[in-house]
Design a protein around this ligand. Structure first.
Ligand SMILES: NC(=O)c1ccc[n+]([C@@H]2O[C@H](COP(=O)([O-])OP(=O)(O)OC[C@H]3O[C@@H](n4cnc5c(N)ncnc54)[C@H](O)[C@@H]3O)[C@@H](O)[C@H]2O)c1
Length: 334
């Protein structure tokens, strides 16, 4: 099978490339290698996943002609679209980056899929679409019309845009709402990375909402397993579906949306304790108020995904954090 993976130098993208190549597929990966966080980490991920059946092309999603030409030349069968401007807090000061990468960029990929008969487009959405929702766990049957960051609004828009292409042009699309992904080769802008870095330097860590937060932390290998399994399950048209009686995560068009998370929220303070245990150091904590755009808790209802792929995330926080710390120490020679 020939795949396009976008965001191939990213945390999740590079892990997906690695698995696809190991399974014997041909993979073309694109990424614009932007400097939202250190580009050296992106380069190192690419070095790590180098493989005879992997071709990397540096390209921006918003390059309409470039993306159109790529699809025409490469004749992909499936697309796993993970490139995006990520991060809730960054979207407060840098809104336009989200318009370019997440809106225009998503559209160029949808156009490529439309014109080149792509068998299945799997793309990254986010738990942040649940915004002001308070009912736990978050379920894909719930309304998600109240995002509280521009990042979340672009991810919800991605689902709407995908639905349009599934309906109008029959492009089979599956959106995955990821819940706080962590693990080796992770993102330096995320809490685990920032905490580890600060604790190892003896610096104080900023703990938002005075530590009263919960996150459904999901280990990278579990995310990759979920992506790999779901991309084999191609959504079909369902003429029995109606808006009134069907789930919003489904459609008469070949369109699906799933949560992909561990399914068990962990208190932020327990997460920090796992990190302290792995590092063998107590953290100095600076208790801070809630940040604009942040949500208090995330908790994934993963029943729908489990029913379809028969897989439940396996890795618990202490084990996953230990794997991250082992990688961090080896990578930064600490
Ligand atoms: N990691 C998480 O916890 C999490 C949670 C929810 C959703 N997501 C989503 O999952 C996807 C992957 O996230 P990640 O954690 O691997 O992030 P990441 O930032 O490590 O990877 C994204 C990659 O996309 C690339 N990229 C960004 N804009 C681009 C553009 N315009 N053109 C080409 N490449 C571009 C970046 O250079 C980066 O390498 C993203 O869509 C993100 O929004 C991640």
């Amino acid at each position: 099978m020939k795949y396009l993976v976008t965001g191939a130098a990213g945390f999740i993208g590079s892990a997906v490339v690695e698995r696809l190549c190991a399974l014997g597929h041909r993979v073309v990966g694109i990424d614009n290698l932007n400097d939202y966080y250190p580009v050296s980490l992106k380069h190192d991920r690419l070095v790590r996943v180098a493989h005879d059946s992997f071709t990397f092309i540096e390209m921006d999603l918003a390059d309409r002609e470039g993306i159109a030409k790529l699809f025409a030349e490469q004749q992909f069968e499936r697309v796993i679209h993970l490139a995006a401007q990520a991060g809730v807090r960054y979207s407060i000061d840098n809104p336009m980056a989200y318009a370019d990468s997440n809106l225009v960029g998503h559209l160029t990929i949808l156009e490529g899929c439309r014109h080149h008969n792509i068998e299945h487009l799997v793309y990254a959405s986010s738990s942040s679409v649940y915004g002001l929702n308070q009912k736990m766990p978050f379920a894909t049957q719930d309304s998600v019309d109240h995002p509280i960051s521009l990042y979340a609004a672009t991810k919800k828009s991605n689902e709407l845009m995908a639905h349009t292409y599934s309906h109008l042009y029959g492009v089979p699309t599956t959106g995955l709402r990821f819940f706080t992904v962590y693990g080796p080769w992770g993102r330096p802008d995320m809490a685990l990375f920032k905490f580890t870095n600060a604790i190892m330097k003896g610096e104080t860590i900023d703990v938002y909402n005075h530590g009263d937060m919960r996150r459904d932390f999901t280990y990278i290998d579990d995310i990759v397993e979920g992506i790999l399994r779901i991309q084999d399950i191609i959504p079909q048209k369902n003429t029995d579906w109606t808006v009134e009686q069907g789930s919003p995560a489904s459609s008469s068009a070949p369109y699906k949306v799933y949560n992909i998370g561990h399914g068990s929220p962990v208190k932020l303070m327990d997460f920090i304790e796992s990190l302290e245990n792995s590092l063998g150091v107590k953290a100095k904590k600076n208790l801070m108020p809630m940040q604009p755009g942040d949500v208090y808790a995330t908790y994934a209802d993963t029943e729908d995904l489990f029913n379809v792929i028969g897989y439940q995330p396996q890795v618990k926080v202490p084990q996953g954090v230990q794997a991250f710390v082992d990688w961090y120490r080896a990578y930064y020679k600490n």
